[in-house]
Write a protein that binds this ligand. Structure first.
Ligand SMILES: O=P(O)(O)OC[C@H]1O[C@H](OP(=O)(O)OP(=O)(O)O)[C@H](O)[C@@H]1O
Ligand code: HPA
Length: 183
């Protein structure tokens, strides 16, 4: 059940980032506080919903994929690949351009080998810019993406493949509205 996720989303604060109504929530921002019971609820549902058959790596993007990725990795014992905003210039590093509704930047993928079977998890899908960048990078690295799951789907978005979400929301000037839950 998504009692904690739904109720905390419906009461979370919002700020303007230019034209973008940005909601602030522990899963998507780490503030004001990530309660263990909320993180546990999210992690258990991620395990239930994801197809993890023969998956050997979980891929997340810095920063707000990390806490959910760690929770999932600890439960499943599947290693975590964190796509960083910092470059390391290691052999095989793949640089990606990320664009969101309020920012642009670079991401750097390391630790993926040809033939890896991965799942991608992220906190939010909004414009899809981040997810499309991750999918492109994983294709370049030669990984097979077995499943994609976001905790919070914000509006409609085509990322060129199927994906799963735990909750779907809409955001306007009055706040966050939970439209649907998928469980
Ligand atoms: O679908 P999109 O429009 O791409 O938005 C979703 C992305 O935006 C946020 O990342 P952000 O780059 O803000 O960084 P953060 O995780 O460090 O907060 C969030 O963590 C997602 O990765
Ligand atoms: O409105 C938002 N809040 C938090 N994280 C996000 N990532 C994309 N949009 C948002």
């Amino acid at each position: 059940m998504f009692n904690k996720l739904v109720t905390s989303l419906e009461s979370c604060p919002m700020v303007q980032r230019g034209e973008y109504h940005y909601f602030i929530h522990p899963v998507s921002d780490g503030v004001p506080l990530v309660e263990p019971a909320l993180l546990r609820e999210v992690a258990i549902e991620m395990v239930r919903v994801l197809d993890l058959t023969r998956v050997n790596k979980i891929v997340v993007a810095e920063a707000m994929g990390i806490h959910i990725g760690v929770a999932l990795s600890l439960i499943t014992d599947i290693p975590l690949c964190i796509v960083r905003k910092r470059h390391y210039d290691l052999p095989g590093e793949v640089a990606l351009h990320q664009s969101t509704g309020y920012s642009k930047g670079e991401l750097y993928l390391n630790g993926i080998e040809e033939g890896d079977r991965v799942v991608i998890v992220d906190d939010v899908l909004s414009t899809g810019g981040t997810m499309k960048a991750l999918l492109e990078g994983l294709a370049v690295a030669g990984a097979e993406v077995r499943d994609v799951l976001v905790v919070i789907k914000r509006g409609e978005c085509d990322i060129g493949r199927d994906y799963k979400a735990l909750v779907e929301i809409e955001v306007d000037e009055s706040g966050v509205h939970v439209k649907d839950t998928f469980f």
